[in-house]
Ligand binder design. Structure first.
Ligand SMILES: [Zn+2]
Length: 157
C-alpha cells in the first residue's frame, strides 16, 4: 500500500503548532499539534475525548460553522485534525484562538450524557482545559516567520 501524506512527514522533527497539512478537493486539513511527537508526553484518553466534544461544539456554533467539515483526535494522542473549506490559515488561526479561549470557560463537557456519547464516563473537563490552555499559549506565540511559511503552503495546491 502507498504511504499516506501524513505518514511521510518526519514526526521526530514536527513541533507543536498549527500546521496546514493537505488541501484536497477544496478541503484543507490542519494538524493541531499539541505535543511534540514521540517525546513521552501525550494527551490523556479522557482529555482527548473531552476536547473533541468541546471544540467540535464550539466550532460548530461559531462564526465559521458552515466551513467546518470535521474536528477529531489523532490516534497518537499528540493533537487533533481540523478539516475546513474556504478559510485561510489566518482565519483558522484566529478562529482557533477564540475557540480555545471559549473552551476554558465551559463548566461541563457538551454531549457527555449517556444517550449522547459512546463512552460517556470517559471525560475529564479539568484536564481537557489544562491541555486547551497550553495549546492556546502555543497558538498565541506562533512566530511570524512560521505563520508566513504556513501561509505559503496555501498557494501550493
Ligand atoms: Zn463521546
Amino acid at each position: 500500500m502507498n504511504k499516506i501524506p501524513s505518514f511521510e512527514k518526519n514526526h521526530d522533527t514536527l513541533q507543536p503548532g498549527l500546521h496546514l497539512s493537505t488541501r484536497i478537493a477544496g478541503v484543507t486539513t490542519y494538524d493541531l499539534r499539541f505535543k511534540k511527537p514521540n517525546a513521552g508526553n501525550y494527551i490523556s484518553d479522557k482529555a482527548l475525548h473531552s476536547i473533541e466534544h468541546m471544540l467540535a461544539t464550539i466550532l460548530r456554533n461559531g462564526a465559521y460553522q458552515d466551513k467546518i467539515i470535521y474536528f477529531g483526535p489523532m490516534g497518537c494522542r499528540t493533537g487533533f485534525y481540523l478539516l475546513t473549506i474556504d478559510l485561510s490559515y489566518i482565519d483558522v488561526l484566529s478562529m482557533l484562538r477564540e475557540a480555545f479561549t471559549k473552551s476554558l470557560s465551559l463548566t461541563e463537557v457538551p454531549g457527555a450524557k449517556r444517550e449522547e456519547c459512546g463512552n460517556y464516563l470517559d471525560h475529564d473537563l479539568a484536564s481537557a482545559q489544562t491541555e486547551c490552555r497550553a495549546y492556546l499559549d502555543i497558538l498565541q506565540n506562533i512566530p511570524e516567520d512560521e505563520i508566513l511559511l504556513e501561509q505559503q503552503k496555501e498557494n501550493h495546491d
